[in-house]
Design a protein around this ligand. Structure first.
Ligand code: NAD
Ligand code: ZN
Length: 356
């Protein structure tokens, strides 16, 4: 299956299928002078060889491997990778392939966007979460003072999603990825959301997964096509993220995965939508889904509402100290609204009591 994403620079295709990594020669355009596959140490062991072999006819293929984990999205690794590009004499007709999850996609994409003022790159997502990060053209590395502070908008020439690679993902990463999948469902389609809420991640079939990822990509693509640089509706994609970023910053990255934090953030989003704004979102069903799938909602007992509010004010997307939230009038109907600090503290405390 495939989806076409339109961007201001070019249109690109997202291919989803089983075993695509073994047939890259057929889906990558010819004419590249050389190819550099950038991956992490975990993904390397599983899939690098397949990818290199299937590209062998296309062009000379090189690889660069960084340690797995968010800490590789750093200035140091970025510099190492640029050194490698120079050493290998990659030129304007070289291609970078980002083989891995969102960390690799963001890092390799940022290298591609800046080396020689930009060379082609392909996203080969290997996590569920990366259905989100591989589309939309945001690439970045972290600064010690904050996540994704150094980056650019730079779209891949293709996204190649081999569903077989998802099979080796640990349970916590499946959970993380579904935090963003359910966000995409909440933003777009009540029926899809209700279907997800009835299910259990451990019983997911590969076909269901493929279908969910395809739909998630369609939602993301249709929003970023209308608002590439986040002047308006792209903000809706931050549903659940205001609290998620604060939790991640408070607990330290690595304590909780991004998607798990988003899933917890969506719970507060529902609470605020219902209690402050009169929506009737399925809060109870959602809470049960989180528990059934072992999301770490107990983190809510380890945070302090006042501190969370301070963190939210530091978030780079928070303008002039106002805390803006994306809420839902109903499933599939998002809006942005400013929430008063005291109301936020109060509803976070209420939510904490409900889950403890
Ligand atoms: P990740 O890339 O760090 O992958 C998570 C873990 O899974 C890593 O340890 C990795 O080695 C391992 N892994 C990856 N694929 C695997 C596989 N097939 N089998 C077994 N293990 C595998 O993290 P992620 O959750 O994919 O992405 C998170 C990153 O994405 C963050 O840096 C976040 O900022 C970024 N992000 C970017 C955007 C965007 O629009 N650019 C959107 C959302 C998130
Ligand atoms: Zn996210």
């Amino acid at each position: 299956a495939s989806v076409t994403v339109r961007s201001s620079s070019h249109d690109y295709e997202v291919l989803i299928g089983k075993g695509l990594r073994r047939n890259l020669g057929e889906v990558i355009s010819s004419g590249y002078t050389s190819i550099l596959v950038i991956t992490d140490s975990t993904v390397q062991d599983y899939y690098l060889q397949d990818v290199q072999e299937s590209l062998a006819e296309a062009a000379p293929v090189f690889s660069a491997v960084v340690p797995a984990g968010e800490s590789s999205k750093s200035m140091g690794r970025y510099e190492d990778l640029l050194d490698r590009c120079v050493e290998l004499k990659l030129d304007r007709n070289s291609l970078i392939i980002a083989l891995g999850g969102g960390m690799i996609g963001d890092l390799a994409g940022f290298v591609a966007s800046t080396y020689l003022r930009g060379i082609d790159y392909i996203q080969m997502p290997t996590t569920i979460l990366a259905h989100d990060s591989s589309v939309g053209g945001k690439v970045a590395i972290n600064h010690p003072k904050g996540k994704n502070l150094i980056g650019s908008f730079y779209h891949p020439v293709k996204v190649i999603y081999d569903m077989e690679t998802i099979e080796t993902l640990p349970e916590s990463e499946i959970r993380s990825g579904y935090g963003e999948v359910i966000k995409h469902a909440f933003l777009s389609d009540a029926e899809w959301a209700h279907r997800l809420l009835k299910g259990k991640l451990s019983e997911l079939s590969v076909d269901q997964l493929e279908n969910d990822l395809m739909r998630g990509i369609q939602v993301k693509a249709s929003i970023v096509e209308k608002d590439e640089r986040e002047a308006g509706i792209r903000k809706y994609l931050n549903l659940g993220h205001t609290l998620a970023h604060a939790i991640e910053a408070e607990l330290g990255y690595g304590e909780i995965t991004h998607g798990e934090a988003v899933a917890v953030g969506l719970l507060l989003m529902m609470k605020l939508s219902n209690d402050l704004k009169g929506a009737e979102l399925p809060l109870q069903d959602y809470k049960e889904w989180l528990i059934r799938n072992h999301y770490p909602i107990s983190v809510l007992n380890r945070i302090h509402p006042e501190q969370m509010v301070e963190k939210m004010k530091l978030d780079k997307k928070t303008l002039r100290q106002k805390i803006n939230f994306v809420l839902l009038h109903e499933l599939s109907d998002p809006y942005v609204v400013e929430i008063e600090e005291n109301q936020l503290v109060e509803h976070m405390s209420l939510l904490m009591n409900e889950v403890s």
